[in-house]
Design a binder for this molecule. Structure first.
Ligand SMILES: Cc1cc2nc3c(=O)[nH]c(=O)nc-3n(C[C@H](O)[C@H](O)[C@H](O)COP(=O)(O)O)c2cc1C
Length: 198
């Protein structure tokens, strides 16, 4: 079983890094060493460039894109970890999705509508916010953030199941709450069914 983690945080000691550490430790407990794509560390270019567009139009895939696509194809489990920025992904991860989850690789349109191509894989998404769950429920933005990544990107691309956890008020909560957040990450990974952890 292979797992890939897409990690998008520019800092060095953030709570997102603590989530990454927990995910790695929890997967290790199950004998899985994930491939970690730390997008800032690898200086991933998020720009869907004119060259990318031309390549796509002539059905060629640039090598750098193909390498990332191969990692996804080879993985049974995808885990995304990122802070919510402007009710979405940090641009570096949004750009990863724009460039790597391409038409013909992640999905295609048939007469009946879109068909996800990354099937037989499951996904976890761990996000963090400054806002509280209560505020996000009142504004409806929590639902928007979840729906965009879960339905709009991952289920659309064929991932199933997709499990989403947001950890709210991260800059403000006490250490004990942060610890409980990390326990939730551990429990989420432990609850993985599938051939994945067996
Ligand atoms: C550019 C930017 C945009 C942000 N947008 C949001 C937002 O839309 N909603 C929110 O609750 N927090 C927002 N935040 C706060 C971060 O989500 C929060 O600081 C982060 O989740 C805390 O995790 P960390 O300690 O790992 O960085 C934003 C922060 C930055 C830098």
């Amino acid at each position: 079983m292979k797992a890939v983690v897409l990690f998008a945080h520019p800092g060095t000691e953030s709570f997102n890094h603590a989530i990454l550490g927990q995910v790695t430790e929890s997967l290790h407990k199950h004998g899985v060493t994930p491939t970690i794509r730390n997008l800032y560390e690898q200086h991933f270019s998020p720009i869907f460039s004119p060259a990318d567009m031309q390549a796509m139009e002539s059905h060629r895939t640039p090598k750098s894109i193909e390498e990332e696509q191969t990692i996804l194809t080879d993985s049974d489990l995808l885990i995304m970890i990122y802070p919510v920025w402007w009710w979405s992904q940090p641009a570096i991860l949004k750009g990863y999705i724009d460039r790597i989850f391409s038409d013909g690789f992640a999905f295609r349109y048939e007469k009946t509508g879109p068909v996800g191509l990354l099937t037989g894989k499951q996904a976890f998404v761990f996000t963090t916010t400054r806002e509280s769950q209560q505020e996000m429920q009142t504004s409806g933005l929590g639902e928007v953030v979840e729906k965009q990544i879960v339905d709009g990107i991952l289920r659309f691309s064929g991932f199933d199941p997709v499990v989403y956890h947001n950890f709210a008020e991260v800059p403000y909560v006490e250490e004990a709450i942060r610890k409980s957040y990390l326990q939730q990450v551990d429990q989420a990974i432990a609850s993985l069914k599938l051939p994945v952890l067996q």
